[in-house]
Design a protein around this ligand. Structure first.
Ligand code: GDP
Ligand code: MG
Length: 614
């Protein structure tokens, strides 16, 4: 193998690996851009122009469904891998990775079946490609794409849109600048009507990546020939036209094999009075060599950009490997260490949320700054201290003997009744902060990359945190309720001492006794209680946050996982390894990542050696 052959083979292997790993087309990661940077060859042409036949003769094997009507209904991405001389030839489908096909008629059947699986046994088409690899000593390293033929009208069983759908699909392949276009036109039709040339001219106006292929030379009307086309006089391309004689339908029906077909083709040109002088530049074997040579030069020109893409991919893979983490340790000590490390990683992120490195902690302040004051404002003191209610409560407290001076009992009952209302907002603040903390735990778990591989441990940490938060909430509730209760257990004497003086000061000395049982009297009581309650409300607005932070936020920061740590410390080796039970999908991802990394690294080395070789 020449160095260049091995380079094309390498590119092929990378493409294959990209395909297996699902990194082809559409994606925006480095891998799919690598795939896009690698050249491929697509066949374009009208239906039954001989596309599949040309591909087959390039491969030198019968394996494609051919015939009249719409036969190719899904793109076929065909990768040819040249293997050591004498080695067994086989084919492999991406969708059947375990199965090696050595009987190529079964390959054809599988292409048909797999097409039908996607489209049903109809004449419908699908843009989802079938990926096929052929490993053989008799092929050149190439990636070829067989596409459905361009048509002009929808036939029975096809939706009206099919003509446009096919064109769009074909165009999506050939418009990529790395796509080498094999434009197939049948010689028994005027080149001016060629669909292949029409489309390729649109996407490659200068003909820089279009190879003109003329099939069915043998079917031309007697007395005519295709020299005008083949010699570039009809339609000029940068590369010379290649004429081809594939097997006719009759040959196919008679099972004429490839070797015979190639020999016949050679003979056809050698003995043709029209094309004899071009014989060494005609035929499928020549086309295969021409393509492979062209591919070499394309790849050579692309080496720098391919290398830099490979390097970029390697970087990405390495950082992904770091993310995914190395394989898990086996002994209990190391496992315990790993678990604690993972817990700490989570805890760090959780703290960052609280302290402000990450968002969310501010929502706790939001509870204190908005929610609590709003809830306090909304308490129904107006109703509680309405004239009617004050009169009722005071009178009830008086019993049979109306109060003589200030209604001590009445005041107490009104105040106690009002203070009770504070429990609601106090508990609501505890709950609100609890939910913020819970949400932050959830977020932090999600953001702890290292934990992603261990869903079991993730679950345990979530459960332990939530249990701890629940405990903190209980404690916090008790504390804030206590704050409220404390307010009712001992009233601020100072406040009441000031009251009567204020009333009497400046007023009519007898008025307080005179209007004791009038509305004004009860209104004054109501307003006194109201200002007392306002004072308490101000106090609680300040103390509830302190209690909540002390019991919930501070505890969460300091000891969220403490209980969990003691439990872990008591666990047996087996239980520990259960905690480090990796997500199988992740394990898989790491393996893939490692495989890919290996591939890219060897690709880099190979490319280095090849590009220095010349
Ligand atoms: P596709 O639809 O473009 O893939 O065309 P196929 O490769 O399936 O060929 C369509 C039909 O044309 C088949 O029956 C082939 O045998 C026949 N055919 C293709 N190329 C040639 C050729 O060069 N000479 C003759 N005689 N028949 C051909
Ligand atoms: Mg076909």
């Amino acid at each position: 193998m020449t160095t260049m052959e091995s380079l094309i083979g390498l590119v092929n292997r990378i493409q294959r690996a990209c395909t297996v790993l699902g990194d082809y087309g559409g994606g925006d990661n480095a891998f799919s851009s690598l795939w896009e940077a690698l050249p491929s060859v697509a066949v374009v042409g009208g239906q039954s122009s001989g596309k599949s036949s040309v591909l087959e003769s390039i491969v030198g094997r019968d394996f494609l469904p051919r015939g009249s009507g719409i036969v190719t209904r899904r793109p076929l991405v065909l990768q040819l891998h040249k293997t050591e001389d004498g080695s067994q030839e086989y084919a492999e489908f991406l969708h059947l990775p375990k199965r090696r096909f050595t009987d190529f008629s079964l390959v054809r059947k599988e292409i048909q079946d797999e097409t039908d699986r996607m489209t049903g046994k109809t004449k419908q088409i699908s843009p989802v490609p079938i990926h096929l690899s052929i490993y053989s000593p008799n092929v050149v390293n190439l990636t070829l794409i067989d596409l459905p033929g361009l048509t002009k009208v929808a036939v029975e069983g096809q939706p009206e849109s099919v003509v446009q759908d096919i064109e769009t699909m074909v165009r999506s392949y050939v418009e990529k600048p790395n796509c080498i276009i094999l434009a197939i036109s049948p010689a028994n039709q005027d080149i001016a009507t060629s669909d292949a040339i029409k489309l390729s001219r649109e996407v490659d106006p200068l003909g820089e990546r279009t190879f003109g292929v003329l099939t069915k030379l043998d079917l031309m009307d007697k007395g005519t020939n295709a020299l005008d086309v083949l010699e570039g006089r009809s339609y000029r391309l940068q590369y010379p036209w290649v004429g081809i004689v594939n097997r006719s339908q009759a040959d196919i029906n008679k099972n004429v094999d490839m070797i015979v077909a190639r020999r016949k083709e050679r003979e056809y040109f050698a003995t043709s009075p029209d094309y004899g002088h071009l014989a060494n530049k005609m035929g499928s074997e020549y086309l295969a060599k021409l393509l492979s040579k062209h591919l070499e030069s394309v790849i050579r020109a692309r080496i720098p950009s391919i290398t830099s893409l490979i390097n970029k991919s390697i970087e990405e893979l390495e950082s992904e490997m770091d993310h995914l983490g190395r394989p898990v340790a086996v002994d209990a000590g190391a496992q315990l260490y790993t678990i604690l490390e993972l817990c700490r990683a989570f805890d760090r992120i959780f703290k960052e949320h609280l302290d402000g490195g990450r968002p969310g902690g501010d929502r706790i302040y939001g509870v204190f700054d908005n929610q609590l004051p709003a809830a306090l404002r909304k308490l129904p003191f107006d109703r509680h201290l309405s004239l009617q209610n004050v009169r009722r409560v005071v009178s009830e407290a008086d019993g049979y003997q109306p109060h003589l001076i200030a209604p001590e009992q009445g005041y107490r009952r009104l105040i106690e009744g009002a203070l009770n209302y504070f429990r609601g907002p106090a508990e609501a603040s505890v709950d609100a902060v609890h939910f913020v903390l819970k949400e932050l735990v959830r977020k932090s778990i999600g953001e702890t990359q290292e934990l992603k591989r261990f869903p079991t441990l993730q679950g345990e940490i979530a459960a332990a945190s939530s249990e701890a938060l629940e405990r903190f909430r209980e404690d916090s509730k008790k504390t804030v309720i206590r704050l409220v209760d404390m307010e009712s257990s001992y009233l601020t004497v100072e406040f009441f001492r000031r009251l009567p003086q204020e009333v009497e000061k400046g007023g009519n000395p007898t008025s307080s006794t005179v209007d004791r049982y009038t509305e004004g009297h009860f209104r004054r009581i109501g307003s006194n209680v109201s200002s007392y309650i306002n004072m308490v409300s101000e106090t609680l607005k300040n103390t509830i946050p302190k209690a909540v932070v002390y019991c919930q936020v501070r505890e969460a920061k300091q000891s969220l996982l403490n209980h969990f740590y003691t439990q872990i410390g008591k666990k047996e080796a087996k239980q520990l390894s259960q905690l480090l039970d990796e997500d199988p999908a992740l394990m898989e991802r790491r393996q893939q990542c490692a495989k890919r990394l290996e591939l890219y690294k060897s690709a880099r080395d190979e490319i280095d050696s090849v590009s220095w070789a010349r």
